[in-house]
Write a protein that binds this ligand. Sequence first.
Ligand code: F0G
Length: 359
Amino acid sequence: KDVDVSGVWRFREGILSIPESEIVTHPEGNTRLYRRKALAHWSGIDDIAFKHEGENPTGSFKDRGMTLAVTQAKRLGANVVACASTGNTSAALAAYAAQAGLKSVVFLPDGKVAMGKLAQALGYGAQCLAITGSFDVAMAMVKDLAERGDVYLVNSLNPFRLEGQKSIIWEILQNLSWQAPDWIVVPGGNLGNTSAFGKALREAYDAGWISKLPRIASIQAEGANPFYKSYQQGLRSLDAMEPETVATAIRIGNPVNFHKAKRVIKDLNGVVEQVTDQEIIAAKLVIDRQGIGCEPASACSLAGAKKLRDQGIIKAHESVVGILTGHMLKDTDAVLQHSGRELEPIRANLEEISKKILN
Ligand code: F0G
């Protein structure tokens, strides 16, 4: 049965206990954990693995929260489900709403959504609205609409989303035979994962599933780093900013889960780090060249792990699990611009071809 196969719903007792007939599942989850010598070498961390959430049905971790949010929307009898999105949430919403037979509307920052994501949202049949301004402007609009009662909101402000995303952590722990790693490293944008991961780890520890609590490292892009700046000042307050980064998925200046994430960083002795666009692209190239691949935002995990190792915050002997949040094909422009390879035109002539490839 799909509910038992789903990497989210097989944990349903710890997530949302409801009758199986009410569940909208693709199914999702059960993503792989990758270890590669090159990633260990580049980061300086021997025991480093990456969980590839790009292997979910719509190519990002968002499916794990969306199966919950759309299930809940249907249970509540919602007519229209909506989100603001830098792309991935919109793709997941469109797919799950299509399955549930609900109308979906997505609010996208005009011109700042990677083409793979936009194509998915359109293809799965969502109404796609391009809003002038950043994700934060779109988020404010859809929040107001939800407060008027026009739509059911499925952004990560919706607590059911975060309940689903907890399964990323429980799956990792299960993959590691319930031996918790020393660190979990995750990109930080709207800070939904940072919040959900803290809750999942705390619940696992309190239930006695694990005997130690890992530390969390939330990694932001330097051009969209309000959480990092707040961390630098003892997590006191958040100053919203105008975001800009090559990692369009986390081009967010006013993260809605700031307060939850702040509590998690305090609870788990976590850290917040930032990485530059150059560091993101360098890390992405290493991941891509291992035949694994990820979108730019996901590469924050490797770039951030390396940076924390270089600073001695992550110790050489410590174990680390990073999250790759989205699939390489989400953002093909980023691949084409930064792969260091280009398409070479050539005549269909054996001699010429032979000369070229053996050179
Ligand atoms: N990585 C990817 C690939 C994402 O799409 C997102 C968020 C994040 C990381 C950040 O995760 O919000 O939990 O800190 N994307 C949202 C969207 C904003 O609309 O698709 P977070």
